[in-house]
Ligand binder design. Sequence first.
Ligand SMILES: [Zn+2]
Length: 301
Amino acid sequence: MGAGHPECPQRLSAIEDRLLISGVGDALDRHEAPLAPLGDVELAHSRMHVAALRGLTDGLRDEIAAGGPSHAAIDPDTAMNIHTWDAALRAAGAAIAATDAVLAGEMENAFCAIRPPGHHACRDRAMGFCFLNNVAIAARYALERHGLKRVAIVDFDVHHGNGTEDIVAGDQRVLMVSFYQHPFYPEGGARSNASNLVNLPVPAYTKGAQVRALVESHWLPRLEAYQPEMIFISAGFDAHRADDMGQMGLVEADYAWITQRIKEVALRHAKGRIVSCLEGGYNLDALALSVEAHIRVLADL
Ligand SMILES: [Zn+2]
């Protein structure tokens, strides 16, 4: 994204370091992320969107060769360099590969330590640090390529997953549940009243206890009734109280608690199948500790 941007490579380094120091990493199977096939990306995005991102990358390469800038601005917060397109394809490819592995029974669940994040990426538009909607692509892939009938998407990032909503609103094969700080970014994002969405806006300074109550009263009854065959998580950790990107008050124990509730639903209805994809989380210490807490629950550690 350019120097000083919060969506930086150090986010993944911080997670890797924490998994190493805590010993959690020793218990995990690791897989490299393949490039997502474009045909699978287009399960959630228009062909125009894919062509536009590829074209921007090619244009950037030409500009750099001519001595121009190294980044192309997508919006005030979001920029591409010549590696962004491949990185986005690998992020989506990780979610797809994890979906394949979980549905093949090779593992019960998977966490995708990926960037760029995805949940602001709309069907036709990159925005908010996001280019391809990793979770929406994987959810559609599970439906279209593996023949599942019902999947759930759980989004606990501090920001509204407007891109995911844009892609899945009205698609009754998907139930999306989320909470997000409101009013907040992205104000211009889609807001749908579609019946397959349980998106709960909460005010700044909402703490974990209030979020847990909303999960109990709003998410869990809908998830239980829906009986998803697989659950995808947009795992953003920027609702952490130490994360200045948002103004919410969650802590590691809240992420562990939410993950446990999701896991219980998955064990009851989905053979435990969960694919969790990293979204936001910009305070490196809080991000690393929260991911550790999330993975400890997923992996029974
Ligand atoms: Zn976020």
